[in-house]
Write a protein that binds this ligand. Sequence first.
Ligand code: FAD
Length: 441
Amino acid sequence: MSQVRRAYEALPHPQVVVVGGGFAGLELIKRLDGAPYKVLLLDAHNHHCFQPLLYQVATASLSADSIAHPFRRTVAPMPNVAFRMARVLAVRPQDKRVVTDHGEFAYDILVLATGSTTNFFGNDQLEREAMQLKSIGQALDIRSDFLQDFEAALYAQDEARQRRCLNFTIVGGGPTGVELAGSLAEIRRTVLRREYRELDSDRMQIWLVDSNDRVLKNFSEQASAHALTYLRDMGVNVKLGARVTGYDGEVVTFQDGTRMESNTLIWAAGVKGVTLPGLEAAEVPKASRYQVDRFNQVQGLPDVYALGDVALMTEERWERGHPQVAQAAIQQARHLAANLLRRASGRPLEPFTYTDRGSMAVIGRYKAVVDVGRTHLAGLTAWLAWMFVHLMALVGYRNRLQVLMAWAWKYLSWKNTIRLIIRPYVRGTALKGPEPVPGTR
Ligand SMILES: Cc1cc2nc3c(=O)[nH]c(=O)nc-3n(C[C@H](O)[C@H](O)[C@H](O)COP(=O)(O)OP(=O)(O)OC[C@H]3O[C@@H](n4cnc5c(N)ncnc54)[C@H](O)[C@@H]3O)c2cc1C
């Protein structure tokens, strides 16, 4: 056993096991650096993923490594924090152990920060055939898919087949759907026109479908209206009040019986918490989240806490729980870290209150919307604000610099060169949920 490992094992502190190194888990371990706790972070991946920029990896604006950061880089200088790449399969609260694909780990305090996954609302066909965007693997699938479709369109024997290759359907008019649609529209205007000169770029159609009567329904009405105008100006077909009920890999079916041919359907119409076997009693069934109190403690389990997307905490203003966004995850993690320090020194814990910092979404160059309290911004100012906030929120200076350079190059020249099919996408094999841990026997 190495000296460092021996020193970690010898720490006399209570063992905190954190499951998931997303926004919540990562913030928590940073705040517990040097605290009187022995912390073990478990994650199915070896890196933190900055999900708000996944759509830019999916649409070849950013490389995957610019939005990911290895956990080992983060924990290396933290003597009381260790990392193990492992997928947690179950929790046994009665003997305070988590079961993983690499053995079991004992805990004194357990923190669940497993985030959320795509919700297909029980539609197995959609789950099998649609693409989704929750991880870097899935973003790379989408990148390969649209580039392969461009190449395939050049070989299509007839116009109908070519149109099917170039028909992209995105279901869900929230920020992810809006951002993906806007990005694909920019690709049509720039890349397709310049680099696929043999193709008629007007044959590429982007459909954004939502059953609501407006896009960005959780934003202000002004923001929704601005976003809709931007999307339509960019040539996106926005289909509101329409519900997708099926997709067989080639044909999209709507609730009203209409059908549309499309080689690609990306499902961005809902998420549900990633819950674990063994803790079913604490789950709120429809929400698939753990009911927690104002201290993030999971209902009925004194030493188990949940944070972020998987936690359902209600406050007077948030009767149905906090929004599943990065700010809620980060704020809860900061607060729990402070409470764990209070707990260690025998002080009373303090209840959490969420501070809404607003919402933002980007549709294209100089086209974004921002809601902060009653203030609403759109256009260039909102776009600059969006870029600044996202740059600052990225983990690691290298990632920030890399993203800044990529954006400068992209938005000034439209000539970035990340459009590579490195790992070809085989239709019908889209990654579903978190990928398996490599090396697992
Ligand atoms: C495409 C996209 C765009 C988004 N855009 C925005 C945005 O613009 N602004 C915003 O505020 N929010 C945005 N969000 C939402 C935001 O990313 C989430 O609210 C946030 O990531 C939640 O943080 P979390 O820590 O709860 O979970 P996550 O960040 O999802 O982290 C969960 C972690 O748990 C790990 N994990 C899961 N299950 C297991 C298991 N069984 N064993 C081990 N590890 C496990 C995962 O590998 C992951 O690392 C976006 C999300 C997506 C998908």
